[in-house]
Design a protein around this ligand. Structure first.
Ligand code: HEM
Length: 366
């Protein structure tokens, strides 16, 4: 395999370490008897998955897009923050590194917005600010069960911005733009109320997620491209499934309201993080990994295996959560983790086996 930008590999590797360690901690948190380096390690699951893995990946992708050497400080800081968490360094140091990395992403977007002031760049910049504010609240002592909604908002807003960019949704009508801003406003209102009225704020946030799911489902060109073939269809299938899970997580948040722990919390969080966020990662991986690494990648129908597995194992887990079926929750959750490892294997294999000829992926497919 030829990688044109091998110097980006260590940053990607830091994100991958956070992902794999975060998955391990998540499995332990589900109650599986896996060896852990120390007690309390499973509480690192959320921060490692969101800020350590996704934060590093998104910052790296944006640093590549900006093309300025200083921008790589953002994924470096978040990656180091994850390492400090894993190595049991002082929590405050890890929190400061993650906060610094997210502030770095805000700076990257400030530079991107100066070049391309458009709805999609403002949206993604807003997502970065929300992430940095969430990390600040965590640093100031807010519990993860509150901060997690700031982290989720960072991801959903960033992804909406990416869809605006990749799928050229910026050609949406003025009415649709206003509707988008209303969805965004509802999410924001939920976030701002969290510290005062946990239960109502989570329900409002859920309403914002449902509205955004409907907006994305209606406006995304995936509804049309799903009738095409190959990679274009694969991406559309992932996107549409993700929007359904986004709606499910919003519905769960509206139904259950503020719960800080347990199966209902698990259901609303993982419909979002696995069903929605990972569907988006599955969709964009054939575009983003080659862009970041400067390698080429072939689309293979085999990619549907990890997509289908995610759907089925997540349904099992959520049925387990909702119906009080502990085995379903535990087995479903374990298989969720196996699915993500399979996805990594499918992606790496496709990267390795790429001849430099037509058929390799491109952003146009999205
Ligand atoms: C794939 C396998 C996964 C497993 C086995 C797993 C397991 C868990 C468990 C058991 C909880 C605690 C729920 C409760 O209170 O009962 C949890 C919380 C959480 N998970 Fe996951 N999870 C997985 C994937 C993910 C992913 C992909 C993300 C994000 C991208 C994520 C982010 C979170 C967050 C932010 C929390 C809240 C943490 C906290 O309150 O401390 N999880 N997870």
């Amino acid at each position: 395999m030829t990688i044109r930008h091998p110097r980006r590999l260590p940053l990607l590797a830091l994100g991958m370490v956070a992902l794999l360690t975060g998955l391990w901690a998540g499995i332990a948190r589900l109650g599986w008897d896996v060896p852990l380096p120390r007690s309390g390690f499973s509480s690192l699951h959320g921060p490692l998955m969101v800020s350590g893995f996704l934060g590093t990946l998104i910052s790296l992708e944006r640093a590549v897009a900006l093309g300025q050497p200083w921008a790589y400080a953002a994924p470096l800081l978040t990656g180091l923050g994850a390492v400090v968490l894993i190595a049991n360094g002082p929590l405050v140091v890890a929190q400061l590194l993650l906060l610094g990395g997210s502030a770095g992403l805000v700076t990257i977007f400030a530079a991107i917005i100066r070049r391309h002031p458009a709805l999609y760049t403002f949206t993604m910049g807003g997502g970065a600010i929300i992430w940095a504010l969430g990390n600040l609240l965590w640093f100031l002592g807010w519990p993860v069960f509150l901060v997690v909604f700031w982290w989720a908002a960072f991801l959903v807003v960033t992804i909406a911005g990416e869809r605006l960019e990749l799928a050229r949704l910026q050609q949406v009508t003025a009415g649709a733009q206003t509707a988008f801003l209303l969805c965004f406003g509802t999410l924001l209102a939920g976030l701002l109320l969290l510290g005062w009225w946990f239960d109502g704020a989570v329900r409002l946030f859920g309403a914002g997620l449902i509205a955004l799911a409907l907006w994305l489902g209606f406006n995304d060109i995936a509804r049309r491209t799903v009738h095409q073939s190959g990679l274009t269809r694969f991406i559309a299938v992932c996107l549409l499934s993700g929007y359904v899970w986004l709606g499910v997580s919003g519905l769960a948040a509206m139904l259950y309201g503020g719960v800080p722990v347990g199966p209902q919390y698990d259901a609303m969080l993982h419909a979002f993080f696995l069903g929605f966020v990972f569907a988006m990662i599955f969709a964009h991986a054939p575009i983003i990994f080659p862009a970041v690494l400067g390698a080429r990648m072939m689309y293979r129908p085999l990619f549907y295996v990890h997509v289908l597995l995610l759907q089925t194992t997540l349904v099992v887990r959520l049925v387990g959560d909702v119906a009080g079926w502990g085995v379903g929750r535990q087995v479903g959750g374990l298989l969720n983790a196996v699915t993500l490892v399979l996805f990594l294997a499918n992606t790496v294999t496709a990267l390795r086996s790429v001849p430099d000829r037509p058929g390799a992926t491109s952003r146009a497919a999205s």
